[in-house]
Design a protein around this ligand. Structure first.
Ligand code: C5P
Length: 229
């Protein structure tokens, strides 16, 4: 079964993450491993997720010279991850090198790009030299990502409708900032429900605490899956 739900495993240790995986169903979700867990636990943790049947999105957001990013992406593809990402602001040659490296591997790893970090305010963007609005920068970088061979981008669900219409049906839009109605938004500000995000054009929903912090994570996952079925 194809599930658009990606669960963000944001834990400081392996134990609670593996406990969660034990309760979840790999038919209903994939998992995202980010910088914290990967820096602590390395490829062995990614392999532990995969050996339990879960596809892994390795969220390391590479940003470096083309040769270095290509090597890192090849390493991720050789590890067999389902999806990984780079920063679109690394530029066309960096993204092209990443894609070529992944294509040489035997696994069919999907490569997506981060456009503008949603944590950046318009003032902070100006301070690092981006002159247009965040939305304009997102559109420009997403188009560049597509043109440079990326399979998709990470974006806010608020940006999904515009990007879907600009970049076509095949381009993957991976959206965090998703909250089932009535759940705690925590530190997320501009959230959308899973169903609204799917209607706006999301391909995959990255969801963390509404599932990981639920009393019954499998039930929470099932409810979200039902809400978008
Ligand atoms: O717990 P929650 O659902 O807020 O987790 C969302 C996940 O997506 C976290 O791993 C967070 O770092 C990530 N993320 C995000 N917003 C972005 C990019 C990534 O929330 N713009």
């Amino acid at each position: 079964m194809h599930s658009p739900i990606i669960i963000a495993l944001d834990y400081p240790q392996q134990q609670p993450a593996l406990q969660l995986l034990q309760q979840l169903d790999p038919q209903l979700c994939r998992v995202k491993v980010g910088k914290e867990m990967f820096t602590r636990l390395g490829p062995a943790f990614v392999e532990a997720c995969m050996s339990r049947g879960f596809d892994v999105f390795l969220d390391l957001k590479f940003h470096d010279i083309p040769n270095t990013v290509a090597g890192a992406c090849r390493a991720g593809a050789d590890l067999g991850v389902w999806m990984m990402n780079v920063h679109a602001s690394g530029g066309r040659r960096m993204m092209q090198a990443a894609r070529e490296a992944v294509d040489k591997s035997s696994s069919e790893t999907l490569l997506i790009a981060v456009t503008i970090l949603t944590s950046l305010s318009e003032e902070e963007l100006a301070e690092i030299g981006y002159s247009d609005s965040a939305a304009d920068n997102v559109s420009r970088l997403a188009a560049l990502a597509k043109d440079s061979g990326m399979h998709g981008v990470v974006c806010s669900p608020r940006e999904a409708r515009q990007l879907r219409s600009d970049l076509g049906d095949e381009f993957l839009l991976v959206t965090p900032g998703v909250r089932p109605s009535g759940s705690d938004t925590a530190d997320q500000r501009r959230v959308m429900t899973p169903l609204d995000a799917m209607h706006a054009g999301s391909s995959y929903l990255v969801i963390g605490r509404p599932i990981t912090a639920a009393e019954n994570p499998l039930q929470a996952l099932q409810q979200i899956a039902d809400s978008i079925a």
